[in-house]
Design a protein around this ligand. Structure first.
Ligand SMILES: Nc1ncnc2c1ncn2[C@@H]1O[C@H](COP(=O)(O)OP(=O)(O)OP(=O)(O)O)[C@@H](O)[C@H]1O
Length: 505
């Protein structure tokens, strides 16, 4: 009875075997096997909607998809492929939550929308993506923690959709989880109260320590939500907060030496195996991966090695110009003004970032052929511009990641109300969609600036992997262009003063 109930009662991810699973010969022989069922005991009362397949925009993603599809169609088995992901989809079913006076219905959610990838032996495949992209869900489907709702994946030829296949896979697969020892029914706040008490903190100081801890890991907004509803990143933050509460004198973590050590271990482990790594560290991905796939909103956006992704999705070359004079004297200011004009005139670029120590520019790829002449002249005029040092770097993987994440964030920003506040130097705040690059400032049309003013917004990743504003350019006139200036000017005049105007050029 215990074995039967263990196989039948859904676990926390809703995985269970069918009612008469023991009548299936595959259960006893280890061959074939029925499909894993999912959902609560009454889940047969509702059906899970399937994801509509969509052709990828990126040609490398499409090519990878076509390779896998051809192998599936022709029943070709490539002995070097350890993991073959065949149109994997995962939809979390909707739920009815019963409150004290009303019931709320949560609709289903497509977390993974059709992944097609081959992962060969000896390769480390890095799955990158912003928070909530579907990385953990994909890993959970591959390891059998949570069943896929569509498509399939083969691990060493065993299907994850078959209960017998999954049993074989679990013998072949090693999983290094995120080590979150959390209780699903408890909130972040309750976890922290519990551990603060266990650590013997004075009762009077606990409330403040919990609030401080939540703020440090940026979980204040989710403090009262149950851990079961947190994304993987949020759970890591809560685990970190638990480790740090009470200011312990010894905390284990990933210092650079440890990290290098871990990287060496992973690199050595690649031999004869396939490794799938998910990380928020671009440095780690760049160093360790043989191939990188970036997912966002459940869809693979790009695939390739680090160099390929940098040259295809990077913004271009990055140049940093450092100043010898860091005081804001009139002479230093006029040098900087002259330098800005020099870049604008020769390469038509605006500063990406500017401090009193340096200015950085992203040079578009189309300007690359003019660079030799440009830098020769810049070097010759170093003294005139007050320059101490000039550096030229290839775009980083972080830059690639942010470009892909920004595009994905913008896709449904308005529908999902994915907005954030941009505070301008004048103190004015504007509500802008997450990921947007150029923002028009409402009410900024003057007789001198007939198209109004705009700023370029700079984005980065916060410690949770979410897109966040890292800065913005100075306010500048919107370039006058025939195709939009006439229609934009009136909207800038009338625009909602609280909302930035998205400029698409
Ligand atoms: N059991 C669940 N029920 C409903 N939705 C869920 C469940 N688990 C995850 N989700 C949602 O699915 C989406 C993908 O979550 P997932 O944890 O796979 O993202 P992730 O890319 O691993 O994010 P992170 O980098 O934060 O770990 C998120 O929007 C998350 O809220």
């Amino acid at each position: 009875m215990a074995i039967y109930l263990d196989n039948r009662i859904p676990n926390s991810y809703g995985v269970r075997k069918s009612t008469f699973y023991f009548l299936n010969p595959g259960y006893w022989t280890g061959k074939g096997g029925n499909t894993i069922e999912e959902g609560g005991i009454f889940s047969f009362l509702r059906s899970i909607p399937q994801v509509q397949p969509k052709t990828p925009d990126d040609e490398d993603v499409l090519e990878e998809e076509n390779i896998v599809k051809r192998q599936v169609k022709e029943d070709l088995v490539d002995p070097d492929v350890v993991v073959q992901i065949r149109g994997l989809t995962k939809t979390y079913p909707g739920k009815i939550e019963i409150g004290c006076c009303k019931c709320t219905r949560k609709s289903h959610f497509h977390a993974v929308k059709g992944l097609w990838v081959n992962i060969p032996k000896g390769q480390l495949f890095c799955l990158l993506g912003p928070n909530g992209a579907g990385k953990t869900t994909t890993i959970n489907c591959l390891t059998g923690i949570s069943p896929a709702t569509g498509g399939d994946a083969l691990v060493h030829g065993h299907s994850i959709r078959s209960s017998v296949g999954m049993s074989s896979i679990q013998k072949l697969i090693g999983v290094c989880p995120q080590f979150d020892v959390l209780w699903d029914a408890l909130s972040a706040e309750e976890h922290l109260y519990l551990f603060a008490n266990i650590k013997g903190m004075p009762v009077a100081s606990i409330k403040l320590a919990v609030e401080k801890s939540l703020a440090e890991v940026k979980l204040t907004y989710a403090a009262k939500g149950r851990a079961s509803g947190y994304s993987g990143g949020m759970k890591r933050c809560l685990s970190l907060a638990i480790a740090l509460i009470g200011d312990p004198k010894l905390t284990t973590g990933t210092d650079p030496i440890n990290r290098k050590h871990v990287w060496d271990i992973i690199d050595n482990a690649k031999k004869g195996r396939a490794i799938i790594l998910t990380t928020h560290s671009m440095e780690e991905a760049d160093i360790l991966s043989d191939r990188i796939g970036i997912v966002a909103k459940g869809t693979l956006r790009c695939i390739g090695n680090s160099m390929q992704l940098k040259s295809k999705f990077g913004s271009g070359l990055i140049t940093n110009v450092s100043f010898s004079e860091t005081n804001t004297t009139d002479a230093a200011e006029s040098c900087r003004l002259a330098l800005r004009k020099f870049f604008k005139h020769h390469l038509n670029v605006m500063p990406k970032e500017e401090t009193k120590y340096f200015i950085s520019y992203v040079i578009p790829r189309k300007e690359e052929r003019n660079l030799r002449k440009f830098f020769t002249e810049l070097k010759e005029r170093k003294k005139e511009f007050g320059i101490s040092d000039i550096q030229l770097n290839l775009t980083t993987l972080e830059d690639v990641f942010l470009n892909v994440a920004k595009k994905a964030a913008l896709e449904n920003a308005a529908d999902e109300n994915n907005m954030t506040t941009l505070v301008l130097e004048s103190g004015k705040s504007l509500l802008i969609p997450v990921g947007v690059e150029k923002i028009g400032i409402p009410g900024s049309v003057t007789p001198q600036n007939l198209s109004g003013l705009m700023v370029v917004v700079h984005w980065g990743q916060d410690s949770d992997g979410n897109l966040c504003i890292t800065g913005h350019s100075a306010e500048m006139p919107i370039p006058v262009r025939d195709d939009f200036s006439s229609s934009l000017a009136p909207s800038l005049l009338k625009g909602n003063p609280g909302h930035g105007i998205v400029l698409d050029f």
